[in-house]
Each structure stands twice: as structure tokens, then as C-alpha cells.
Write a protein that binds this ligand. Structure first.
Ligand SMILES: C[S@@+](CC[C@H](N)C(=O)[O-])C[C@H]1O[C@@H](n2cnc3c(N)ncnc32)[C@H](O)[C@@H]1O
Length: 265
């Protein structure tokens, strides 16, 4: 599944505003006093996690960004994360062989907007490999199935339910965990002996986020249309109502996410 650089750039400010501050403080405290630190960011895209997290960690960081999209990795190296941060990239298909990526020497594994794309067998393998190396894991911005729109439209509930069903479809890793990802990750990490902390990182979008809202409604519309479950006329009416509210500045959108910080006990 591919993601455009424009889309990732558009969502980055909302992602940064949404990231759970308590969990970021917990990560900062965990690594406080370290003089060097290596981090592996999985499914890094253009490096949004690097830019969100580096400022909470001590200087002397070395980050390896892993993604299968070469163009996104190239952009990541152009978008600086500030002084004291070394960046390298590794192109890898994580659906193929996560074990060899996790075998890279590292102190911290990070990812964002990714756990909802993977399957339960993939996540099980990931947790097993991370636990074998006793690596702490920060996984941010996992979609959790909560979504609410204002002003109300009669088709909202049907559209959200259909979108959540679409989220369970294969995104390249087998049947996707979608909205169940955080709950599944929590259980898997706890069974592997980790202490797990969760915190909400919801997007709360308003008139200032009109472009992001428009893109989201367009993307959700197309995903729901693929399912062919919701009557086409209802889906079209829903999109028109949502876009009209965005155009007249009254639209608000809440998209529920969870951040997870898991440390080996
Ligand atoms: C929603 S984007 C999130 C990107 C970034 N973490 C962020 O928060 O901006 C999902 C990322 O997963 C990457 N991805 C999806 N499937 C992948 C795979 N099989 N192997 C490696 N990367 C993959 C995409 O290229 C994309 O960069």
C-alpha cells in the first residue's frame, strides 16, 4: 500500500499536535542521561516520528529510517530533524522479513500510523523479535475506530461503520488489524513480559484543517465505495454534505488514535 509524500506532509502537523504528551514524557525519562542512542523507525515514511520524537531524547542520536518507499526515504533525509541527529535509511519490505530489520543494533523501536495496517501474525512475530532483544517500542497514532463528524449527517454512522470494515482488509501484511490493533498489541506485549502504557492521540480537526478534512473525506469515500456495501446514492450524499460543511467552515472531525509505549519489564 503506497502513501504519497503530499498526504504524509499534510497530516504531519495534526499528528504532531495529537501525539500523547504523557507518553512522550515517559520516553524522555526512560532515556534521560544517555549520551548516545540509536533508534530504528519502522514504516518511517518521510520521518514524521523522527521529527516528533528527537527533541525529547538526549543529543547524540542516530536514527535508521526503514520503509519500502524509496521516494519517501529520500524526502526524509532532506527534511532535517535538527542538530545532533544522524539519519540513515534502509529500504525494506517489512511484510517480508521483519526479523532481519529488528536485528539491526538499536536501543529503541518506533513507528507511527502503522500498527493498524498489519495483521495479527505479523504483529505477533514483531513482538516476539522485539522481546527477544528486550527493545522498548513506541508505536504512535494507531487508528482505533472512533470517528465523529459535526455537523451531524444521517449517513455518518453507516459511513464510519463501513470505513471501519474496510480498515480490516489486507494492506500487504494479511488481514489488517485496523481498529483492533492497539488492543491486540497491548495483549501481545503484556504476554511477552512488557509493561504497556497507552494514551489517546486523537485528531481534532476544525476549519483550520480544511485541506486535511477534504482529503480524509475523499479517501474514506473511495475506501467505502470499494466495499460496495453502502448504497451509492447515500455515500454520495454523505460526501456532499461533509464537503459542504468543510467549505462553509462549520465542519469538525474527531479521529480516534492510540499511542503505545511498551518497555521490557
Ligand atoms: C500511514 S504511513 C505512516 C508513515 C509515517 N510513519 C508517518 O507517521 O508519517 C504508512 C507507512 O508504511 C509504509 N509501509 C507500508 N507497507 C510497508 C511495507 N510492507 N514495508 C515497509 N514499509 C511499508 C508506507 O510506505 C508508509 O510510509
Amino acid at each position: 500500500m503506497s502513501f504519497s509524500g503530499e498526504w504524509l506532509a499534510l497530516r504531519e502537523p495534526a499528528d504532531h499536535a495529537a501525539r500523547n504528551k504523557e507518553l512522550l514524557a515517559g520516553i524522555a525519562a526512560y532515556f534521560a542521561g544517555r549520551t548516545d542512542l540509536s533508534v530504528t523507525d519502522l514504516a518511517s515514511g518521510q520521518g514524521s516520528t523522527l521529527r516528533a520524537v528527537a527533541k525529547h531524547l538526549p543529543p547524540g542520536q542516530s536514527w535508521t529510517l526503514v520503509d519500502y518507499d524509496e521516494a519517501l526515504l529520500e524526502s526524509a533525509t532532506r527534511l532535517s530533524a535538527g542538530d545532533g541527529v544522524e539519519i540513515s535509511t534502509q529500504r525494506a519490505d517489512l511484510s517480508d522479513d521483519v526479523a532481519s530489520v529488528l536485528a539491526l543494533p538499536t536501543d529503541l523501536l518506533t513507528t507511527s500510523a502503522f500498527f493498524d495496517l498489519v495483521s495479527k501474525p505479523w504483529l505477533t512475530q514483531f513482538v516476539k523479535e522485539a522481546a527477544k532483544r528486550r527493545l522498548p517500542v513506541y508505536a504512535a497514532l494507531t487508528y482505533d475506530g472512533r470517528m465523529s463528524c459535526a455537523p451531524h449527517d444521517d449517513h455518518d454512522a453507516a459511513a464510519v461503520a463501513a470505513f471501519n470494515r474496510h480498515q480490516r482488509h489486507d494492506k500487504g501484511f494479511g488481514p489488517a488489524l485496523g481498529p483492533t490493533a492497539t488492543e491486540t498489541a497491548q495483549r501481545l506485549f503484556q504476554s511477552a513480559g512488557y509493561k504497556v502504557m497507552l494514551g489517546p492521540s486523537d485528531w481534532r480537526l476544525s476549519a483550520a484543517d480544511a485541506d486535511l478534512q477534504r482529503q480524509l473525506i475523499g479517501g474514506w469515500h473511495d475506501a467505502i465505495a470499494e466495499l460496495k456495501e453502502m448504497p451509492a446514492a447515500s455515500l454520495a450524499a454523505w460526501r456532499e454534505a461533509r464537503l459542504a460543511a468543510i467549505d462553509n467552515g462549520t465542519a469538525e472531525l474527531m479521529v480516534g488514535h492510540q499511542d503505545l509505549w511498551a518497555v521490557p519489564a
